[in-house]
Design a protein around this ligand. Structure first.
Ligand code: 4AD
Ligand code: MG
Length: 464
């Protein structure tokens, strides 16, 4: 029956003039009505909104009508007419209905009354069919596209850096090993694992950052960015950490830390504006349903200049605040999210870029300041989240970098290729990493990072 008319997506149908014959296909959100007529809310994922299907029950077999339950997949052919009820401009007067997939109401998990995020995480394979997760995943898609649009329009080269690597960029040792060795019978040499027998002939892991390879790109192509999955085996079960997350890492030759901060601020503002302009209905839904300050917060960020403040001054503000923190603050400590949020939400009431951190709490590659104690780091701190971006100007001097590697007792083996960027035509350069899911927390107003990625990987959880 439906072969003749091409399917139109719900998003498009809702903006069309009435009068024509159409075919809609999707999943039943609800069915209600009376003895004579049924109203079906049909959604196909193209928009948060449903199209209403009006069914004259006398024209359909009871056996067909009985199969139209929440979650069932159906196709409908009918006339697009002006809607008599409020709420929508047009609806479809059904002439024919095809059932593609039935959905047993007794067993369908989303039929349950429990709509908590905790419950939906246990059925993450189906949660995209809810209004909330449909909205979040559409926003995620738009943001990914916006990232490419931003850098592409600025002439940055999108560079693919490897996911399997032999180096630990952040030096934190939080890496997932990649191996084909038989774990029940590991080859050994002098009591140590013999990685020469492993697939790559050396010890390898999943990347914690594409930065080091990104620097190779920047010192040849000028301005590059990477955007891909990143892996961290940190055992932190917090609402802001994932074991597998996506990171955007621009890396630019001839940028100092100020250029780097300008880019970071402009980039975030572009993304937030893009979300407001292109995800209007989804963000409006999330605002009205969960957090009616969301849109205000997004618009607020566009209007304000981010504070730029050295770490030392930030710590002074925290120490003089009189606030009781769970983790006490003093110069030299790594700031916790409670400290970051105090600065952003209570003290300055706007995003803060903290710079010039103590070298001992930052990675080896950061440019060393004259004071011998701090490095030219920059972390962008956001309301409700804390750190959303981490970056720095890079140490361009071979001698200084070499000395730092020694000081930290790092092995130079496996890093020679990286040191070549400083040996041959070393260039001043900078870059940063934006946690994609942390950005999405801000843009969607969600409070748990597990809810802004379709299939979250966290300690003891790798379903699907
Ligand atoms: O601050 P990080 O560790 O910086 C780097 O990896 C640098 N190599 C980036 C660079 O300069 N190119 O991580 C960058 C950002 C953090 O600010 C945070 O937003 C996010 O990545 N992030 C995480 N997001 C989710 N789950 C985790 N476990 C994360 N760890 C970091
Ligand atoms: Mg960081």
């Amino acid at each position: 029956m439906m072969e003749k008319i091409r399917r139109t997506k719900v998003k498009e149908l809702l903006g069309m003039e009435s009068g024509c014959d159409v075919v809609a296909k999707g999943w039943v959100r609800t069915k209600r009505g009376n003895k004579n007529v049924a109203f079906i809310a049909l959604n196909d994922g193209s928009t948060i909104n449903n199209i209403q299907i009006v069914v004259d029950k006398t024209q359909f077999e009871d056996s067909v009508l009985a199969k139209i339950t929440t979650g069932a997949c159906i196709g409908v052919e009918g006339k697009l007419v002006e809607s008599v009820g409020g709420g929508q401009a047009v609806e479809i007067q059904a002439n024919a209905i095809e059932i593609y997939g039935e959905c047993d109401p007794m067993r369908y998990p989303l039929q349950k009354k429990d709509t908590s995020f905790e419950f939906l995480r246990t059925v993450a394979h189906l949660r995209a069919r809810t209004n909330t997760f449909g909205a979040i995943y559409r926003v995620r898609n738009q943001m990914a596209f916006a990232i490419h649009e931003y850098f592409h329009s600025k002439g940055f080269v999108y560079m693919h850096t490897p996911l399997i690597t032999a180096s630990d960029c952040e030096g934190a040792g939080q890496m997932f090993q990649v191996t084909t060795l038989d774990l029940n019978n590991v080859p050994k040499k002098k009591d140590k694992v013999d990685f020469s027998k492993d697939f790559f002939g050396k010890q390898t892991s999943l990347t914690v950052s594409g930065q080091l390879e990104g620097e190779l790109g920047a010192t040849a192509l000028g301005e590059i960015y990477t955007f891909g999955p990143t892996f961290r085996a940190e055992n932190s079960n917090t609402p802001r950490h994932l074991a597998e997350f996506w990171m955007v890492e621009p890396e630019m030759a001839f940028y100092d830390i100020n250029d780097n901060m300008d880019l970071a601020e402009d980039f975030i503002k572009f993304l937030v504006k893009y979300a407001l302009d292109n995800c209007t209905e989804d963000i409006r839904f999330l605002n009205d349903r969960y957090d009616n300050e969301l849109i205000g917060r997004l618009e607020g960020v566009l209007k304000t200049d981010f504070v730029r403040l050295p770490y030392t001054e930030g710590v002074k503000i925290l120490m003089e605040s009189g606030e009781k923190f769970e983790y006490p603050v003093s110069w030299g400590v790594d700031l916790q999210s409670e400290h970051e949020r105090y600065l952003v939400e209570k003290h300055f009431k706007r995003p803060v870029i903290l710079t010039d951190y103590p070298k001992d709490i930052k990675a080896f590659y950061m440019k060393q300041n004259e004071d011998g104690k701090t490095v030219r780091a920059m972390d962008v701190l956001f309301p409700k989240i804390g750190e959303i971006i981490g970056g720095s100007e890079r140490e361009a001097s071979y001698e200084k970098l070499d000395a730092r590697i020694d000081e930290l007792g790092m092995s130079r083996k496996g890093l020679e290729w990286y040191l070549d960027t400083r040996r041959f035509g070393s260039a001043p350069h900078s870059g940063f990493g934006l946690g994609f899911e942390r950005l999405l927390l801000f843009v969607t107003g969600m409070t748990n990072i597990r809810d802004v990625i379709p299939f979250p990987r966290t300690p003891k959880n790798a379903e699907y």
